[in-house]
Structures are given as C-alpha cells and as structure tokens.
Ligand binder design. Structure first.
Ligand SMILES: Nc1ncnc2c1ncn2[C@@H]1O[C@H](COP(=O)(O)OP(=O)(O)OP(=O)(O)O)[C@@H](O)[C@H]1O
Length: 346
C-alpha cells in the first residue's frame, strides 16, 4: 500500500499550516498544545479488575489530523467511547464514594465541559464519530443512512413535527444536504442502493459522509482504512485531508501504519490503557519505546517504514522464520516417511 501513497511533496498550504501549529510542541506524553480543542484529565475505565484506559492528561490540537495508535487491546476504542459520551469513566465524579478532589475525570471540548455529557449531546456540540455500518443500517438505503446523520430532525421538535410546512421544509433541506455530500463522496449514483451492497471503501466513504451531516467541528474516525481496497485508498486519504484543510479537527484510530505515517500531523500512542508517546509521526514512530510497544506484542507489525527493521529485529525475525521453516520441514519429512512406509506396505 505504501507505494500507492503520494509523497509529502503534495502537501497543501493548510496541511503545512497544521503541521506548523504543532511544530514547537515537545514530543512528550500529555504535553500542552497551543490551541487544544479537546482536553482530557484523569479518564480511567476499569472492567472488573482490569484497567482498560488510564489517561491522566491529553490535549488534541485544533485543526490538525491526530492519529491514535497502539497494539490490540491498548484501550483506543474504549477511550474513543469515553470521550464521545458512549461510555462513562470509572473515575467520573460522584456524589458519594467518587474519586478524590482533583482526581475525577474531566473533559473539555471546544471550551465546554463534556465530562458528564451523553453521546447525542456531545454530537450536537460538534464532536462526531463515524460508525461502522451495522446490520440494521446495511438494510437502509444510502440516502436513508445519510438522513439519519442529520441533526435537528423534524421529529425532534414537537412544534415542527406537527406543522407540515415546517417539517416538509426541514426534510427537503436534509435531503438536499445529503445529496450534496453524496456527490462530494462520489456516492450519488448509489443514492437508492442498499448500504449493505456497497464495497468496503464505499461503506467507509458513506460513514464519513453521514458523520458530516451534522456539521461537526471535530470528526473521529474509527479505522477508516479497514476493508478498503487500494483503488479507493487514495480517495479516502484525500477526503480526510480535505476535512482538515477546511478547518475541521480529525482524530482517528488506525492500524494501517503507512496511512498513519502519511496523513497524520500528530500521533498519540497508547499501550495498556496509557498514553505512552506522542509527537509528529516521524519522531514518534521511530521511537524505540513505541517500536517496542508494538513489536513486543507483534513481531510482524509494520510501522509503515521498512527502515524500522533494525538489524537486531531483522535477525530475530529471520531466526523465528527459520525455526518455523525447520519445524514445518520436520513435519513434512515425518509425513513423507509415513507416506513412504504406507506405500511400501501397499
Ligand atoms: N465491555 C468490555 N468488557 C470487558 N472488557 C472490555 C470491554 N471493552 C473492552 N474491554 C477490554 O479492554 C481492553 C481495551 O480494549 P479496546 O477495545 O479499547 O482496545 P483497542 O486498543 O481498541 O484494541 P483493538 O486495536 O484490538 O481494537 C481490552 O483488554 C478489552 O478486552
């Protein structure tokens, strides 16, 4: 996939400005940003005795593309759920028996407290996340999916809902906006198709287009590259960069390290629930501690740059491969001799 990505010489003016906005920020976990749109403090989430998330302080810079990476089980999705109001921190303030003063979870988005805010309200405040097309949504048409993403639906307001000219006008506005976005994402000709019939990449585009129906200030993408074939990769990357270039803040979780390297202005690394590193992609992804966090768990994980395969790692991998080959060959020769013996008997 790396070969299909353009070089950074295609960087836009807005892209350069985004990178410049964090150029002087030290690559230190929890570092302050010059213009944070999201600030998170003391957010922990436990499941039974296991701590899935323990983020003491994190700031997300406004108007840039930030990637949230980490090995499987690092707590990325749980953290996404916590900041978008889909889950509640174990450290949320409580009237009785809550955390000590100064240790309770606190999140601020665009200058407003969102710590105890439900998902719908968080979305209305402008922080919207994409959702995978569930079975139910797959059975709706593309345009129906888009309409679901709109805020201020006619039915939400009793007065508008019962006065036909008002809801009819609102419905027409929603449809017009949906069609405009579908055209932008090259999905207009799929308008009346079942969402489930789209290709993997088109589904990702639809998820993104649907999230834009509510005019977000910040968009959170959950694995935008998962299941996308190379033909649509470039288009998806272009759309994500365009959102940033229009002034939106983008935060995304992704396992595809080539994409992370290529598109991110800033990278945050989680491991075992904590933020263990953050900084510009080049700096962070070449950091031995980050490589360890991945390679410790998955020796075949590619951080998007083959040069990261140091001699030591390469030797270790080669040793593993030759041990596997030897075991396989031993198995083969055992099978061969069984077969030969069987043949001999026959
Ligand atoms: N509802 C739950 N109940 C119990 N444990 C959970 C629950 N949700 C997540 N976990 C656990 O919390 C830890 C963090 O999971 P999470 O899905 O947030 O990690 P992740 O970094 O998103 O992983 P992946 O990259 O594989 O999606 C894992 O050990 C997971 O098993």
């Amino acid at each position: 996939m790396s070969s299909s990505l353009p070089t950074t010489s295609h960087i836009t003016e807005a892209g350069a400005a985004a990178k410049a906005s964090v150029a002087g920020v030290a690559p230190v976990p929890g570092v302050s940003k010059p213009d944070a749109i999201l600030t998170v403090d003391h957010v922990t989430r436990r499941f039974g005795g296991m701590t899935a998330v323990d983020v003491q302080h994190l700031e997300v810079q406004r108007g840039i593309i930030t990637a949230l990476i980490g090995p499987n089980g690092a707590g990325k999705t749980t953290f996404f759920n916590l900041i978008t109001g889909f889950d509640k921190p174990s450290s949320a303030p409580r009237l009785i028996g809550g955390p000590k003063a100064g240790e309770a979870a606190k999140s601020t988005f665009n200058g407003r407290d969102v710590g105890n805010t439900g998902a719908t309200k968080v979305a209305k405040m402008g922080m919207v996340r994409t959702f995978q097309l569930t079975k139910a949504l797959s059975k709706l048409t593309v345009i129906e999916n888009m309409r679901l993403g709109a805020k201020d639906q006619p039915g939400e307001n009793l007065f508008v809902a019962v006065v036909k000219p008002l809801w009819a006008k609102r419905e027409a506005e929603i449809t017009a906006k949906a069609e405009e976005l579908l055209a932008r994402f090259k999905l207009l000709e799929k308008r009346d198709d079942m969402a489930g019939s789209l290709s993997g990449g088109q589904k990702k585009l639809l998820e993104m287009a649907r999230a834009l129906m509510s005019d977000p200030v910040m968009i959170m993408l959950d694995e935008p590259m998962a299941g996308v074939n190379p033909a649509l990769t470039q288009s998806l990357l272009g759309h994500i960069q365009a959102l940033r270039d229009e002034g939106m803040t983008v935060l995304f979780v992704e396992h595809d390290m080539h994409m992370v390297r290529h598109i991110s202005d800033w990278v945050v690394v989680m491991a075992e629930g904590k933020v263990v590193a953050e900084g510009p992609s080049g700096t962070v992804m070449d950091d031995p501690a980050v490589i360890d966090a991945y390679l410790g768990a998955h020796h075949n994980t590619d951080l998007g740059d083959d040069s990261l395969l140091t001699d030591e790692v390469a030797e270790e991998l080669a040793a593993e491969v030759s041990a596997e080959d030897a075991a396989e060959a031993a198995g083969d020769s055992a099978e061969d001799s069984v077969a030969k013996r069987a043949e001999g008997k026959a």
